[in-house]
Write a protein that binds this ligand. Structure first.
Ligand SMILES: Nc1ncnc2c1ncn2[C@@H]1O[C@H](COP(=O)(O)OP(=O)(O)O)[C@@H](O)[C@H]1O
Ligand SMILES: [Mg+2]
Length: 247
């Protein structure tokens, strides 16, 4: 069953104003169609400014599209409730420096309306699952990059979402931490059965993690399919990606 169905979606923004210029519009997304199935790790691959974040924001109902239709869990996103049943992590995720992992997860539980007992249990479970028990009472500020990232994942999973959206989850991480984060992504998908959509501008990351991938450039989907099929067509995916982004 399709968990996300995007059909012919376009979104225009006013160009950020340059000195003295008029505010003309441009397409951040143009005629985008995608179907993402339950249980997939689906990649959205594209260079900076391709429209990846905008697409995720539209799926969450944070940004409204101009035309087209967007369905999540078979329901219309514009009805709003959908964001409550989605988990979201951005590579830029930061919590207040003085909050501890325990605080962050307790706060998240409150936000999702979990009762006292359930909140305690869920917090303890997530601290354990993400290996954060030892730093449960440490301030966010002193956590390692890996611990910060794992906390962001734990926070995103408080409401047991069936769908997790990850916006450039390894952006700015050192290579070792990035590997750990990728492991975590696979584990969440495998053990919790969570459908995962992740954006990236790293060809290799998408290739390692994702069954299917959409290549996006300048707001348009250039290609959707299994990484292996795309590889059959284009022997050197890196070169194809670079060529595509120049087009
Ligand atoms: N709120 C906004 N107002 C105007 N332009 C925007 C806004 N959000 C994004 N954009 C522009 O839309 C394009 C796509 O942005 P984005 O979706 O963030 O790309 P990506 O995540 O792939 O880097 C970029 O040119 C960006 O500057
Ligand atoms: Mg982005």
């Amino acid at each position: 069953m399709a968990i996300i169905e995007v059909a012919n979606v376009s979104k225009q923004f006013g160009k950020r104003r340059e000195k003295g210029g008029n505010k003309e519009k441009f397409y951040a997304l143009k005629d985008v169609s995608l179907k993402i199935e339950e249980g997939e790790i689906f990649g959205i691959l594209g260079p900076n400014g391709a429209g990846k974040t905008t697409l995720l924001n539209i799926v969450m109902g944070i940004v409204y599209h101009d035309v087209g239709s967007v369905k999540v869990f078979s329901g219309d996103v514009k009805r709003g409730e959908v964001v409550r049943s989605i988990g979201y992590v951005s590579g830029e995720e930061r919590f207040h420096w003085a909050l501890t992992p325990f605080d962050v997860l307790t706060f998240g539980g409150l936000l999702y309306g979990l009762g006292g007992k359930e909140r305690k249990e869920r917090t303890a479970e997530l601290l354990r699952v993400f290996g954060l028990e030892g730093v449960a009472s440490s301030k966010f500020d002193v956590l390692s990059t890996g611990e910060k990232m794992r906390l962001a994942f734990a926070y995103a999973l408080i409401n047991k979402p069936k769908l997790l959206l990850l916006d450039e989850p390894t952006l700015g991480l050192d290579p070792d931490t990035a590997i750990k984060v990728r492991k975590e992504i696979r584990r969440i998908n495998r053990e919790l059965g969570t459908t995962i959509v992740l954006t990236s501008h790293y060809m290799r990351e998408v290739e390692q993690l994702c069954g299917r991938v959409a290549f996006i450039n300048k707001g348009r989907i250039m290609h959707v399919g299994k990484v292996s099929d795309i590889r059959k067509k284009h022997q050197n995916l890196e070169t194809y990606f670079v060529e595509m982004t120049k087009a």
